[in-house]
Design a protein around this ligand. Structure first.
Ligand code: UD1
Length: 479
């Protein structure tokens, strides 16, 4: 028996509007509550100049936890996930699963027990997709288990257009009918309700695209081959979970993945891998502040290209054991070029942090962004802090070393906000970072972790008026 509840392609295809109405009501209440009285928005106040010293523990990887949570939709049985980071995107993903009908229990803060036995709604609404693009990860599991799915099309995005065309053309190759209706992607499995295996060659490497099709293939009829796939550790982590659930996924971590479809998936228990981008961010923080930091609960083997590049720049990175790194930077930093690319190359999610590092390095460096267009928005904020950066298309030239000066800056996306915090840690005087809700999406209590190792940083809860609130609300984000 496949996926029990709701697996009835003959049934009327009804999506709930209730949740959307509830969302609208919440917005109205929020605005009326705010009125002229104002609302509270968080900022960070950082005073630069303190070397980071001590130990910091790395949280679970958000980019692994998100697809693993979506994978729980593939079975009516309970999927238990440990080491889930306590960040906003996870809360959004949990809300999405609950809206769909799953039960999510958290016996401990970082453990989620997800049971999708009574799914009645097969959609991810705009209200959620617009705040977190990874909501599209619900498509693959819903479509393959229930034969139908509807997800609002992600809109414009702070770091480029970021389409999901490769996800959708993949579903079509599985035999699904995919239509765009009123801004939503509506997908249906073939007549018998089950996807058919396919041989799919991605024209571009996509992380969530690989994850979506990999999940869809687990319950498809026959053996699927996915070629030119993403090789990120998060892909391997998802494949590990799927295999624990009874799937037959082979080759994750290489550029070709084979998935033998099975009739049903079942319960599993899995621990999410550590966040390699949070690890990289703390390595940079230690180096920038000439600190001495021990970074524990991480996976250095997932950061090979990051570690190699940072060592070349003069950062001393010692592997104390397979999960602990010791960071110092005794002889200063030297400039070095970098070009972002899919794993195992240097990640785009570390580009902004590397740019700050290069402002403190001797010489000129060139940073080329090849994964996303328009991902240099942090550069203009760093320039306001006196950094010498020249942007030309997808290339950024950084001259250093420069003494950064504190300023009021605005975070534009998740990793850009991390770079502004890093800049604040070394800037002369006070830096106030606005819109830190971006950083809260992906870094678990970053200010508390930094404070514990000697940084002068605090979260300031600032009142804003309704008109200011409107300025900060509509940011569509993604990473
Ligand atoms: C994921 C990560 C994000 C990271 C990014 C690249 C998650 C939740 N987020 O995002 O942190 O920055 O990988 O490492 O895991 N593309 C298309 N068509 C598609 C899909 C993607 O053209 O259908 C393009 C994108 O516009 C981009 C490139 O492919 O230029 C890579 O994007 P992708 O790997 O899909 O990024 P995400 O999975 O959204």
């Amino acid at each position: 028996m496949r996926g029990a509840t709701g697996s009835n392609p003959g049934r009327t295809f009804v999506f709930s509007r209730k949740k959307a109405q509830k969302g609208k009501l919440t917005l109205v209440l929020l605005v009326s509550f705010c009125g002229n009285l104002s609302c509270i928005v968080d900022k960070f106040r950082v005073v630069g100049g303190q070397p980071l010293q001590g130990r910091v523990s790395i949280s679970g990887a958000k980019n692994s936890a998100l697809p693993c949570m979506a994978a729980a939709l593939l079975t009516p049985e309970t999927v238990t996930l440990h080491n889930i980071p306590y960040v906003r995107d996870i809360i959004t993903q949990r809300r999405l699963l609950e809206d769909i009908g799953a039960t999510v229990l958290t016996p401990e803060l970082r453990t989620h027990k997800i049971t999708a036995s009574h799914v009645e709604v097969f959609e991810a609404p705009y209200e959620l997709v617009k705040t977190m693009r990874a909501s599209v990860l619900a498509l693959g599991p819903l479509l393959t288990r229930f034969g139908k799915a509807k997800v609002s099309l992600p809109g414009g995005c702070a770091i480029g257009t970021r389409p999901i065309d490769l996800h959708l053309s993949g579903f079509e190759k599985f035999g699904a009918q995919v239509k765009l209706e009123a801004g939503n992607v509506v997908a249906r499995a073939p007549e018998d309700g089950r996807l058919r295996a396919a041989d799919i060659q991605f024209s571009k490497v996509t992380v969530t695209g690989t994850e979506n099709l990999m999940m869809a293939a687990t319950l498809a009829r026959g053996t699927t081959t996915l070629r030119n796939v993403a090789r990120e550790p998060e892909i391997v982590d998802l494949a590990d979970l799927l295999n624990k659930m009874g799937a037959r996924v082979n080759g994750a971590g290489s550029d070709t993945i084979q998935i033998e479809g099975v009739e049903a998936l079942g319960a599993a228990e899995h621990t999410i891998i550590p966040d390699r981008i949070e690890t990289g961010t703390f390595i940079v923080a230690a180096a920038l502040t000439s600190g001495q930091l021990e970074i524990k609960d991480c996976r250095p083997d997932h950061l090979t290209s990051i570690i190699a590049k940072l060592r070349k720049a003069g950062v001393v990175i010692q592997e104390l054991n397979p999960t602990t790194l010791a960071i110092t930077c005794p002889d200063g930093l030297v400039a070095g070029d970098v070009s972002t690319a899919p794993y195992p190359e240097f990640p785009t999610d570390m580009q902004a942090q590397y740019m700050v590092l290069m402002t403190q390095a001797r010489g000129r460096s060139e940073i080329i962004e090849t994964v996303f267009e328009n991902r240099f928005m942090h550069a203009s904020e760093l320039q306001r802090m006196s950094a010498q950066i020249h942007i030309d298309g997808s290339s950024a030239i950084v001259d250093g070393p420069t003494t950064l000066t504190g300023a009021r800056v605005i975070a534009s996306d998740l990793r850009a906000s991390a770079s502004l915090v890093l800049a604040g840690l070394i800037a002369k005087g006070e830096t106030v970072i606005d819109r830190v809700y971006h950083i809260d999406r992906g870094y678990e209590k970053i200010e508390a972790k930094l404070l514990a190792v000697g940084a002068e940083i605090e979260r300031v809860r600032a009142p804003v008026t309704t008109s200011q609130l409107q300025e900060v609300q509509p940011v569509v984000e993604s990473v």
